[in-house]
Design a protein around this ligand. Sequence first.
Ligand SMILES: [Zn+2]
Length: 215
Amino acid sequence: MAKQGVKRRGQRKIEDVDGSGRPVDLDVLQSLVTEMLLSLGEKPGRNGLRKTPERVAKALAFMTQGYQRNIDHLLNGALFPIEYDEMVIVKDIDFFSMCEHHLLPFFGKVHVGYLPNKKVVGLSKIPRIVDTFARRLQVQERLTVQIAETLKSKLNANGVGVVVEARHLCMMMRGVEKQNTVAVTSSMLGTFRSQPQTRLEFLKLIRRGSVGDSD
Ligand SMILES: [Zn+2]
């Protein structure tokens, strides 16, 4: 039975889901986790595991809640007209995502910069945009581009730069077992792409020590 469920879900196209994701079916997920424990040679009935399927299902639902979020709803009422046309930077945004190849976490920091074009977004919304895309099954490259393109199009910004630095548990715990490797991806749009000076200013500002750091 469970197998059929997997097949049906496998056909769902999730690339372009934007806030129209179906609610997670916790019951199906739970029974799949029980199956998984059995396949691993475990005894799902033993004490420590009795509530594990329920916990895992809820954790997975939480970690993929980005499918239920809609960027337009998120930005509703949070865009402000303004004459400011200098660079806006929000750096060191923590994120946690899951790689779509192994369903293992990858996590790190996102740095975002943009050059406004008569419009800015409430600063607190930028981490929420990051979260919306991070809390889906992802690859780091796509996560980076989705954040950049969303800001570019929703703000009509003159330029956008996004840099993502992340560690991948699928690299650290298995396969190549490179413990200290950090993968860095970037997406530069508009003036951040066409003007090396703008790009350099952005990269310089995100490299600078955080507020309060001694260096
Ligand atoms: Zn992976």
